[in-house]
Design a protein around this ligand. Sequence first.
Ligand code: ADP
Ligand code: MG
Length: 271
Amino acid sequence: MSGTEFVKLEGVGVTYGEGASKTQALCPTDLSIAQGDFVALVGPSGCGKSTILKLVSELLKPSEGNIFFSGRELGAKPVRVGMAFQSASLLHWMTVRDNVMLPLKIVPPFKAEFRAKRDGEFKDRVDALLEQVGLIDFADKSPWQLSGGMMQRANLCRALVHDPDLLLLDEPFGALDQFTREELWQTMQDLWMNRKSTVLLVTHDLREAAYLANRICVMSARPGRIIDDRQVTFARPRAIDVTFEPPFTQMVQDLRQLIVHAPAGPKADAA
Ligand code: ADP
Ligand code: MG
């Protein structure tokens, strides 16, 4: 792998619940992500994709194995994470600008300077992002005045405004119609090319993974494990038209075959 090893999972497994209701969600898994890379995790519903995101964002402790961030055990040092999910969950009583600014109010070191900078430097920072995703004219609107695609644009801005070390995306485009989704893929690609954030994208949409990511890790059905790990080398910026060309459609077809024909992972020990 090229670049610095930024996030590393070593033999990380997750079993939810106890006794008879025990569910092995993730087989012991190794995964390393290089700084500045854009990695997609793909696999069928329930294979443990969101579980991996919860582990990396410290919302969930692994049942076994260890997670490292820049070579240090997770938890040793605060990791600044940005997250976007399928539901944009913008606060309806705040303007779009204030929604996007919210992490600067909450996350150190920004929060200490929030009062002093909210109308100056922080506002400029938010507006620059809104400009980049084509939402600047909606900065003073309420979220309910936006379309679904616009809400997700604002959601991406909110996930990036505090310059996260790691951007975690859990099916953020899943609820959008195909045209809007493709527009958002382009926006996401532009944001990544400008900022070079480290991104971990979870999706069951193979076209989305192949369009956006530099690297795709394919997971089998539950209990999840990584069954394939490949680089995606299409030149950037990628136009949507690329997704209809033979090398791209062949890659999507290969990924689909891998998932469809993957044997289920080893069963958890009987309780
Ligand atoms: P994905 O995001 O790939 O759809 P998840 O990571 O959400 O899958 O879940 C993996 C498996 O673990 C699923 O079978 C799910 O039902 C189960 N699971 C997830 N969260 C919990 C939980 N809190 N308690 C019990 N089982 C869970
Ligand atoms: Mg999920």
